[in-house]
Design a protein around this ligand. Sequence first.
Ligand SMILES: [Zn+2]
Ligand SMILES: [Zn+2]
Length: 415
Amino acid sequence: MKLKALADEAAPYLHELQSVRRDIHRQPELGLHTPKTLERVIASISGLPIEIVRPDSGHSSPDLDAPMTSAIVRIRGGKPGATVILRADLDALALNEDTGLDFASEVAGRMHACGHDLHAAIAVGAIHLLATHRDELAGEVLFFLQPGEEGYRGANRMLEDGALDYASGAIAGAFGLHVTTSQPLGHFLTRPGTLMAAAATLDVTVNGRGGHGSAPHLALDPNQAIAEIITSLQTMVTRRFSAFDPVIITVGWLSGGERGTSNVIPNSASFGATVRTFSEQNLAAVESFGRELVAGVAGAYGLSAHVDFSIVTEPLVNSAEHVDLAERVATDMFGTGRFTIADTPIGGAEDFASVLRAVPGAFVFVGACPPALDPATAPYNHSNLAQFDDSVLPDAAAYLAALAFARLEDVSPSA
Ligand SMILES: [Zn+2]
Ligand SMILES: [Zn+2]
């Protein structure tokens, strides 16, 4: 398979892929229920020699207001071989768009600010290329069309619903792309090992006994204890964790007493923090040390505390072998200078991490910063001003398809 030829072949897809992307951009959908987005993708690949499975068994849906919408597209190759998983996430974010683009969101309070609309269009392009050249595909590709990446654990739910069981062969790898405004247009970036952080939420409530501000000895003041807990958490980060396996704890909200009422000691006080770690070991350790610290500080002053620790995503860990392949494919297709190994992981989190815990693979960022902007200062993913240049779509689609062709060729017994 000539990988470079795939990029040339994808170039004329530009107009169609932009139209998919912009239609989806105008009508963002949130969470695990993204039916219109999924239908737009499926309409653009119908008629191809592919199989579309709707695995919405609903076993993970009873807690949902609306059913989860997902699909798995199977592209069966003309040669026997293994299975490669590709994935696109389809959901938007709950914020108002202020980009002023002529295809800006038409739904108040919703915006494709993370570029998942581009991921949908990349999927369309990649599936077209894979289906067109299925005779050269040594095995099969399962393309996961996934809702609910933004905090809904959509990838985890697809796995719980048995998404990996659809593989006909041994799974030889999983790949996903993510557009970013912080890289130049068409530039690929990833790294072996941990690429993205684990995220968890730490919610703490300290229960004391309210009273008069002039007589704290007759009360049990939760505000004083919670202030000490918050500062002690940062001490915990530096004293109980290795500086070479970082931990980030950021308190995002804090509440104790009535605003403006300074002479009353409240009964209780609370805060919530986001936790980021770059190893599963530290994720577990933040929970156990954190619980110990909160109970210890509160207990030292005669108060009690309640801790909720919930994991949002595990760390996203790339396989070195699959990152090597990602580099080789980018260089084959686009020459040198379009692919970089990142020096450090980033603190953002991504639920594709759960797929990469189950099967080895690689997640790769692709730059979509409009050329008129500087990637160092362009409004970042999730900003109400974030703009993604969709001229990157054909190259990104060809690259994702090429990763599957190349991986299957690498592991194919006939190669
Ligand atoms: Zn996002
Ligand atoms: Zn995203």
